[in-house]
Design a protein around this ligand. Structure first.
Ligand code: ADP
Length: 354
């Protein structure tokens, strides 16, 4: 191997040379590592028959020179295009391809040099981002539509409503506005947590009062559920960021209501010398063992079925981040009879210990 061949063989990019018929004449650089085929497998084969490229919309694509002949006659190459190709082992791979042309005396393309690199990671992140944007937009739109709709109704029909109806509409507006704020806070918290920049504003927090607060906010919206709490006497206060723990409790309680048709939802507390434990137990389907770690992952949602409650798959991920930022743990197991029991712990500050 000459010095130059050796350098080329160490490239991260695949270099593929095509003849005027888009058949492979050289297969260099990381082509074999990336696509699985050896040079002997591919020389003489048409590149598109071999790799079966598709574009981002799932349509068949071509890797060789494309465009009107007049354009190709003067063009020296093509900017990067993205394509999903099939490797020798049958796996799919996103590649970014640039092309440089050589022309014959008539101005036709006599050979093409393709430079391809693996962009699977970038593509996966791009796809995940657009899914998140659509999920988040959906989650923002529904409470905002309700805020807008009810406000408009109140403005137009103020005199026709009695006080109770007005109060009911305003409570709904208030609740939905809180939901929007919470979602935005969560998104900001995620970027802060991931950058290690989340600041906790810790004070003494009475979890018993906090649980009662969260329950009284959610109960009016959960007609098929009975929410309640049970804490032992002398339950110690924790040194924590009240808003963040409220966010965790809200997420767990809203999920308990959202993912169960009906039944009791219980918040229970317990404590020992070093920590407090809070459990939110429902009477729904529960979470099967194989998903008990995954549900805390970013964007994880179980079974995307039509008619399933909507969501972003971020609530438990952020709850885990917030609990862990306090030095606690969060996990899920079976509730006593049926359903899921989400549990989290928070360490007791020195001064709370007796
Ligand atoms: P989201 O509710 O936005 O989907 P979460 O991170 O809060 O996101 O929850 C992730 C997934 O875990 C949900 O999509 C749901 O499938 C499952 N899940 C969460 N809480 C419960 C529960 N109490 N009972 C059953 N499944 C649950």
């Amino acid at each position: 191997m000459s010095g130059l061949d050796e350098v080329i063989s160490r490239l991260r990019d695949a270099i593929i040379v095509l003849d005027s018929e888009q058949c492979i004449t050289q297969w260099l650089g990381s082509a074999e590592r990336l696509l699985g085929y050896s040079e002997a497998d591919v020389v003489g084969r048409n590149i598109d028959d071999l790799l079966r490229p598709m574009d981002s919309n799932g349509n068949e694509a071509c890797l060789g020179p494309q465009g009107p002949p007049a354009m190709l006659r003067i063009s020296k190459g093509m900017p990067e295009r993205e394509a999903l190709v099939v490797t020798k082992s049958g796996e799919t791979l996103w590649i970014g391809v640039t092309a440089g042309f050589e022309h014959d005396d008539n101005g036709g393309v006599s050979s093409t040099v393709l430079v391809a690199r693996d962009i699977t990671r970038r593509k996966t992140v791009d796809l995940a981002k657009s899914e998140v944007i659509s999920a988040v937009s959906h989650e923002l739109r529904s409470p905002l539509s309700s805020v807008k709709g009810f406000t408009q109704t109140l403005l137009h029909k103020w005199d026709r409503f009695d006080d109770d109806t007005k109060k009911h509409l305003l409570t709904t507006i208030n609740y939905d506005a809180d939901r929007v704020t919470r979602l935005i806070t969560e998104l900001l918290d995620i970027s802060r947590l991931e950058a290690g920049r989340l600041q906790l504003r810790k004070t003494s927090v009475d979890l018993v009062a906090l649980a009662t607060d969260v329950i009284s906010r959610i109960q009016p919206r959960a007609e098929m559920h009975k929410l309640d709490s049970e804490f032992p006497a002398k339950f110690p206060e924790v040194f924590a960021d009240r808003d963040k723990i409220e966010q965790v409790l809200t997420n767990l309680l809203e999920n308990a209501v959202k993912y169960t048709e009906k039944g009791d939802v219980m918040v229970r507390g317990s404590f020992d010398d070093t920590e407090v434990k809070v459990t939110v137990a429902d009477q729904g389907e529960g979470i099967p063992k194989e998903h008990r770690i995954q549900v805390f992952g970013k964007f994880f949602r179980r079974g995307e079925r039509p008619g399933n409650p909507s969501g972003t798959g971020l609530g438990l991920y952020i709850s885990k981040g917030l609990v862990e930022a306090h030095g606690g743990k969060i996990w899920v197991d079976d509730a006593a009879k049926t359903g899921a029991a989400f549990r989290f712990t928070l360490p007791l500050a020195e001064k709370s210990r007796q």
